[in-house]
Design a protein around this ligand. Sequence first.
Ligand code: SAM
Length: 454
Amino acid sequence: MEYLPLHFKLDGSRVLVVGGGSQASNKAALLVRAGARILFVAPQISSQILALGDAHDYQTGEFEPAHLDGVSLVVAATDNAALNAAVAAAANLKGTPVNVVDSPDLCTVIFPAIIDRSPVLVSVGTGGASPVLARSIREMIEGYLPEGLGRLGQFLRETRPVLKKRFSDIQLRRKAVEKFMVGPGQELAQQGDYAAAERYLYDPEAGVISGEVYLVGAGPGDPDLLTLKALQLMQKADVILYDNLVSEAILSRARRDAQYEFVGKRSGYLSASQESINALLVRLAKSGKCVLRLKGGDPFIFGRGGEELEQLIEAGIPFQVIPGITAASGCAAYAGIPLTHRDYAQSVRFITGHPKNSKVQLPWHEFVSPGQTLVFYMGLAGLPDICKKLIAHGQSPETPVAVISKGTTPEQKMVTGSLGSIAERVLKAQLVSPTLIIVGQVVSAPSRLQGVVQ
Ligand SMILES: C[S@@+](CC[C@H](N)C(=O)[O-])C[C@H]1O[C@@H](n2cnc3c(N)ncnc32)[C@H](O)[C@@H]1O
């Protein structure tokens, strides 16, 4: 190990920055965040640096070793290599830590790439080998770290004194925090609900009795369309209940040692009833598991997410709902159809086209008003009927229609036509489920947009 990673407390300390240009300004921005009082020394100091204000000192002139008096850290950030080396040599003589921009050989300390969720801080260093590599590693990690980590850190800091009083034995205290970290309390702390989180921390049994459920939207198919939050919870879950719209590619991003249960509807298989899924969610959560209910698209758009939540609420199970990209947004974007292109549509309507829902009387007369895009979910089998009904209610047979199959996946196919012709074209193309039907003038835009999306 070339460098020992230590987090340097600079609050109120004096730091010398030699240089007055953009490199000095970049380093200063970080130092200011850490609470340093900076002495800038340079023949010319940029207005950007001067704008840092009275909390800092500015000396226009050449660097002198005396500038090092009373400083805890030195940064040489000039574009003059000889001057930078002289600053480093003077700092070394005094035993003051020094960083020289772009010269790792002259540094006794280096600035890592950081992920700042204060008080939680993650730093990535490459020993000065490549700041670009450090930054790209930081980006990889960044996505997996929840935004609420800072709130969780703050919560644990604030509750530490009370915890110490309650559990004087350090082993017991550590166990209490470990239990807290795998229970619902830590999610509550991340959300800033400290009062609710405290219950799980001070009474470890509370965290054991009940697990929790994450109702998560997996998006329309492309795994890269998963949200960061979905990915985080997919790594955390003990059990994953998933539908047939959730592909292998998506499941491969979830925790490897989780227990997986398919609860979707697939032809040739016995499908789980909604009631049995609801009961399973409650049973698993009550046994203390973190259960991830992974649904295609968005759980609240034709996803029956609401019904599952009702059962959880009734059973007093804590839960979180994480939205996903719904098929309409995903398919339209990947097909180059702007659902509310302002030249064509001022509203968009998501409609169920499920033939089993024929009991439900859809307001067909409302669907034919101009400037409206219609998106039918679950409409493949009912496509001829949908087209007939729209025409019967006054929609022109020439109205453009697109039918997108397996949208956002490598097997995406699209057939376009008009209300009068689409059913036959789709039959001929042998499109397979899942398919989405988009009706409206916006469908005529793709020829122009296809080149700029995807
Ligand atoms: C039960 S609904 C679930 C919708 C989902 N909750 C959502 O927000 O996208 C299933 C319907 O969504 C549509 N769908 C979902 N994923 C799709 C995809 N990748 N391509 C086309 N249609 C899709 C189809 O209309 C399918 O029949």
